[in-house]
Write a protein that binds this ligand. Sequence first.
Ligand SMILES: Cc1cc2nc3c(=O)[nH]c(=O)nc-3n(C[C@H](O)[C@H](O)[C@H](O)COP(=O)(O)OP(=O)(O)OC[C@H]3O[C@@H](n4cnc5c(N)ncnc54)[C@H](O)[C@@H]3O)c2cc1C
Length: 398
Amino acid sequence: MTDVILIGAGIVSLATAYELLEINNNLKIKILEKECKPALHQSSRNSGVIHSGIYYKPNSLKAKNCIEGKEKLIQFANKYDVQIKKVGKVIIATKDKQIKLLKQLFERGKKNNVGKIELIDSNQLKEIEPYIRALKAIWLPDVQIINYFEVIKKLVTLLCRSGVEILYNHKVLKIYSHDKESIVETKKQTFKSKKVINCSGLFSDRFVEKGKKFQIIPFRGEYYELNSDKKNLINGLVYPIKDPRFPFLGVHLTKMICGKVKAGPNAILAFSREGYHRSDISIRDLIEILKFPGFWKMSAKYWKVGLYELYRSCFRRIFLRDLTEMMPCLTIEDLKKSTSGVRAQIVLKDGNMPDDFIFERNNNIIHVINAPSPAATAAFSIGKYIANLALSKLPINN
Ligand SMILES: Cc1cc2nc3c(=O)[nH]c(=O)nc-3n(C[C@H](O)[C@H](O)[C@H](O)COP(=O)(O)OP(=O)(O)OC[C@H]3O[C@@H](n4cnc5c(N)ncnc54)[C@H](O)[C@@H]3O)c2cc1C
C-alpha cells in the first residue's frame, strides 16, 4: 500500500511531496495528475512574482506561509540553479484618496516583516521607474521574480529520482476513507493509501463533502503584453494600491524573467473552471455556479465591479485607460493580447470570499481547499505544514 497519494501535480502538491521526503525519504508516494504533463493550470499561468507578504492580515496563514515560503523558495532556486531576479516592486497611489490606504499598507508591511520597505514620493519614484506617475509609493527593493514552471520541472526531476511515482492521465473521480486506509478511484485504476492529500486546485471542492457550504468560482485573469519598444521602460513590478474589499490585486505591470512586461491580470467570471478564453464554456461548471446561492449573494454585492471588469475585458482602450493612470506614455499600439490564467476562488454560501488559505482534514484525507495567490510563493511552506499534518497520524513502518 502507498503511504501518501497526492491528487494533482501543481506546485502545491509537488512541494508537499518534496517536504514529505525531507521528513522521511522512505515514504512511498504517488501523485495522480489528470493531464499529460505537470502544472498546466494555475501554477504555470501566473505572474511569476515571489510575493513579499505585504498584503496579508498579520498572523494569517497567508502572511506566515508567504514569508516562510519565500525564503524556502529562494533557497531552493539557489540550490538547484533556478533563475530568480531581484527587480523590486512599487505599489503606487495615483489619487489623493488612496494615500491613506497606502500608508495603512506600509504599516502592515512593517508588521509582516517583509524586508526592506520604504514610503517614497513622486521624485524618488521617478528614479526607480522613470515612466510611472504617482503621488506616493511603497518601495520594496528586494522583491524577486521567477518562472514557476522552472521550479516545477526541477521538483519533478528530484521527486522522480527519489522514487515518487507521478502518474499522468489519471483523473481522480472519487476518494473516500476507511479506518486505516483511503481509496482513490480513477478511470483506469483503484489505489489504496494510508493518506490522501487533495491538491487539485480549481477542482479541490469537488472532493469535499461540503453540503454546499462553499464552492470554487473560477475567475479568469487576462494579460496583455507590452510591445518590445516599450518593455524596457519598466524595470520591475508596478502595482496600484489594492482595493481592500476584493481578493485580487488590480491590473499591474509585471516584468517577467524572460524580459517581457505583462499587464494584467483582470478578474472575469469564467464559465468553465479551465476557461482560458471568453468562448470556453462548460455546461457542468456553469450550472454548478448558477445553482450555488453564494454566487448570487456575491454578485449582489459586487455586480458593479464585475460588470466593469467585463467591460474592460471587451475593450482594449479601457484596459489602456487604466494602465495610463500609472504609465501615461502607453498607447493602444503598445498592448498585444497575451496569456490568461484562471484563479480558484472559494466563495462561501453567504457570498463572502475568504481571504486566507484553507486546509481541512477528514480522517485520512487532507484537502487544500483554498490556495490562491500567493500560494506559488508559499508552496514550500504550505507543503511543510501539510506534510507534518499528514505524517502526525501516519503509522510508519521503518
Ligand atoms: C492569473 C494568476 C496570477 C497569479 N500570480 C501569482 C504570482 O505572481 N505569485 C504567486 O505566488 N501566486 C500567483 N498566483 C497563484 C498561484 O499560481 C496559485 O495559487 C498556485 O499555482 C496554486 O497551485 P495548486 O497546485 O494549488 O493548483 P494548480 O496549479 O491549479 O494545480 C492543480 C493540479 O491538479 C490537477 N487536477 C485537478 N483535478 C484533478 C483530478 N480530478 N485528478 C487529478 N488531477 C487533477 C490539475 O490538472 C492541476 O495540475 C496566480 C494565479 C493566477 C491564476
